[in-house]
Design a protein around this ligand. Structure first.
Ligand code: PLP
Length: 446
């Protein structure tokens, strides 16, 4: 039997997780060479490698008997814990009634885009998750390419907003930022806010990486700077390494009333409520405790060590430029200075570059520019530095914290050899490219 698929679905882009899996299945075949038995150097998957905090796991086990449906916006104890969490870590006073819990921030962002009328402004490069949602909902949208510093230019934002006819505009701000690892400071957020106030721009501030900010005192939520116009989203996925729990929350702007009823209606229509045991477990993740505080500190320090190493090692390769991450577990590497050599090797798009790097002898997985909402011909890539055994590395860090730059580099070499070797492999690739001995063309004709 043949089924007809709705055009709306056919028109959307493959979401990032599916795209990556398909890509790896298609292009990374097992290699007969004994030295390639390890699989591949994984700079592509954006997942925290650490175990879910023990107190959250225990709480989930204790609450497995909770079989009843939860209230649509989330159980009151969880909304109250999230409110206290925001006061403690982000210095924000949030009435629990402004908090809605959903199955991950991805779903909540989708729900917000469903209820908010208006044209979406998407700064690029961006996490690929937003675009299929915007297209699926048939919303008007405009890209806002960033300049050399990879941050939103308030001037460019203003110019774009002035051109848009819609009464309402929605800016998707992602801070800290996937894929660059960059962080907006207070002044930058204030300048963006000035434009938003002036031009009536609503902000969805995706702050899922907030807790990974290496110098945590530097993180400022847009919800604090522009409280009347910002929807803040955050959750368990990155801070608590619990993407699989599927739990996120959104904080509504101050003084919103009519919209909440509409939002509740959408949540009730689409998923009723988040799984009740997961909501109970999440309380332990958001409650202020020594265990969770230590977990955040250790994991962000390890991300910082890995990020600094990756930044310096990549930047040391002649021709590669990289953003220096201040949060997350990603950076953006720019390979555009190799464009003439890449073109000579018939590598004309970022997709082809990713393909050339995953095949033998390189076995290196990256996320290319077209998956970051950049031009197909932009040879930039997201490099995630999480390819190591999180549980082991967490313990090793506690046993012996590196105290100097030299010790940090040693720590990476001992604990994350695939990151070290993978970066060398990227270097080899570009060296071979310059020597015109890249095997891509041969591989295609084999
Ligand atoms: C920028 C960004 N926002 C949102 C998400 C999704 O988060 P969640 O697991 O809460 O849906 C991700 C996951 O990769 C992300 O990178």
């Amino acid at each position: 039997m043949k089924f007809l698929v709705d055009q709306q679905v056919q028109d959307i882009e493959m979401p990032e997780n599916l795209k990556l899996n398909t890509f790896l299945q298609e292009f990374h075949s097992d290699c007969p060479h004994p030295q390639c038995k390890f699989g591949f150097y994984g700079f592509a998957f954006g997942q925290s490698p650490f175990p879910v905090p023990k107190i959250v796991q225990d709480s989930l086990a204790r609450n497995s008997d909770k079989g009843a449906y939860a209230p649509v916006p989330g159980i009151p104890e969880l909304r109250s814990a999230i409110s206290k969490y925001n006061r403690h870590y982000f210095r924000m006073d949030v009435d629990p009634k402004r908090i809605y819990v959903g199955p991950g921030t991805k779903e909540l962002i989708f729900n917000l885009l469903e209820i908010l009328h208006g044209t979406v402004i998407l700064p690029t490069p961006a996490w690929l998750g937003y675009l299929p949602q915007i297209r699926f909902l048939k919303k008007n949208y405009h890209m806002l390419p960033t300049r050399a510093n990879k941050k939103i230019s308030p001037n460019d934002l203003k110019k774009l907003a002035l051109r848009l006819q819609d009464r309402q505009k929605i800016l998707i701000l992602n801070n800290p930022h996937n894929p660059t690892g960059l962080l907006y400071n207070r002044l930058e957020l204030e300048e963006i806010t000035d434009v938003c106030r002036d031009q009536d721009i609503t902000v969805i501030s995706d702050e899922i990486y907030a807790q990974t900010t290496y110098d945590f005192s530097k993180f400022v939520s847009m919800g604090k700077i522009y409280p009347e116009g910002t929807f803040v989203t955050n959750g368990l996925s990155k801070s608590h390494a619990a993407g699989g729990y599927r739990l996120g929350y959104v904080i509504f702007p101050q003084h919103v009333s009519d919209l909440k009823g509409q939002f509740k209606k959408i949540l009730a229509t689409e998923y009723t409520a988040v799984s009740t045991p997961i909501q109970h477990a999440a309380i332990s993740g958001f409650e202020i405790s020594k265990e969770i505080d230590q977990y955040f500190e250790v994991t962000r320090n390890i991300h910082h060590i890995m990020g600094e190493y990756t930044y310096h090692a990549l930047s040391a390769i002649d021709g590669i430029k990289a953003t220096r991450p201040e949060a997350t577990f990603y950076l953006l590497a720019d390979f555009n200075s190799f464009a003439p050599d890449l073109q000579k090797a018939d590598i004309l798009t970022s997709q082809k570059l990713s393909e050339s790097l995953i095949i033998h002898p390189y076995h290196t997985a990256i996320v290319g520019g077209d998956n970051l909402v950049l031009e197909r011909t932009d040879f930039s890539a997201r490099i995630a530095y999480v390819d190591y055994d999180g549980a082991k590395v967490y313990q090793n860090y506690l046993d012996c914290k590196p105290k100097s730059n030299g010790e940090s580099a040693e720590f990476v070499k001992n604990n994350a050899p695939k990151i070290v070797d993978g970066i060398k492999m990227i270097g080899n690739f570009f060296e071979h490219l310059r020597r015109e001995s890249i095997p891509y063309v041969q591989a295609k004709t084999e």
